[in-house]
Design a protein around this ligand. Structure first.
Ligand SMILES: Cc1ncc(C[n+]2csc(CCOP(=O)(O)OP(=O)(O)O)c2C)c(N)n1
Length: 271
């Protein structure tokens, strides 16, 4: 049987992977490996970092150096590695809980400093690995394991938070929009400075089971598609039509001095 050409980038000894059937993490890993291939990224000079969670397992399957550590602290390691070896490419895979809850303050400071790393935040709308608890980006009124009567808290928009904190590249993709995800991931990886790519993704096992509550958790993929609009589509939509929708596309792409150590900044950076 013909081997998938992307298998050469996979850490074979870690297979089979631990993702649930239908989880978006597999699709995101596959897209990342496609992008590695297309951009000819040298995995020998890259460190993939994950904290804790389903998303954080993505790096484990990548044949680069990998750091799989504790929840919410990916950016602390990234800072250490980047300062010690500035030429290293660093790619972080973090869940929405990892990036926006326990790691929230680290996220703000890395954006403010313009640390030269790419952070891929997989927003599956809940704390998945621990069983589907409510998280900072759970939609309003959604039923989760810990909000049986619906979430009463407004979610926040991580892309707007990243922009306000100073990130020099900010974009949002979603798993049902594969070509857009591939395109934005490439730009994020080529960007110099703090680049944030949020990816809306499906979690059939927990979010799909609780929030949809239809006995068909796999339909969460269609649900993700249904809440997305591209920034182009928004041009012809009224504010009424935009209610409950999440916008995909590029929000920030600019040059800013890049953090290289205490009070040391590198000018420029590719926008
Ligand atoms: C310091 C710490 N707090 C809490 C946990 C428990 N924990 C493990 S995975 C997880 C949820 C991860 O959710 P998220 O970061 O959104 O990633 P996902 O699993 O949804 O991809 C939590 C709370 C932990 N391992 N360490």
């Amino acid at each position: 049987m013909r081997k998938n050409p992307l298998r050469k980038y996979v850490r074979e000894e870690k297979l089979p992977h631990m993702f649930c059937p239908g989880c978006g993490c597999g699709q995101i890993l596959n897209t990342f490996l496609q992008v590695v291939d297309e951009l000819e990224i040298d995995l020998d000079s890259m460190v993939a970092i994950g904290g804790v969670g389903c998303t954080a397992r993505i790096p484990v399957y990548i044949k680069s150096d990998v750091l799989h550590g504790v929840h919410g602290r990916t950016l602390a390691w990234a800072t250490g590695i980047k300062l010690h070896k500035p030429q290293t490419r660093i790619v972080i895979f973090a869940g929405d809980g990892d990036a926006a809850a326990i790691g929230g303050n680290h996220f703000l400071q890395a954006a403010r400093r313009n640390l030269d790393v790419t952070m891929i935040v997989v927003n599956n709308f809940n704390f998945a690995m621990t069983g589907g608890q409510v998280a900072p980006m759970t939609p309003p009124a959604a039923i989760t394991m810990t909000t049986p009567y619906g979430s009463g808290e407004p979610p926040f928009d991580l892309c707007k938070v990243a922009e306000a904190a100073g990130a020099s590249y900010v974009a949002r993709a979603a798993t049902p929009f594969q070509p857009l995800m591939n395109k934005l991931m490439k730009v994020a990886l080529l960007h110099e400075g703090f680049s944030v790519l949020e990816i809306l993704s499906q979690c059939p096992t927990h979010f799909g089971r609780y929030a949809l509550n239809t006995g068909q958790p796999q339909k969460v993929f269609d649900w993700v598609r249904s809440i997305c609009v591209t920034s182009k589509q928004t041009e012809s939509m009224s504010s009424e039509e935009l209610k409950g929708k999440i916008i995909l596309g590029e929000f920030v792409n600019k040059k800013r001095p890049i953090f290289e150590g205490s009070s040391v900044y590198r000018e420029g950076g590719q926008a």
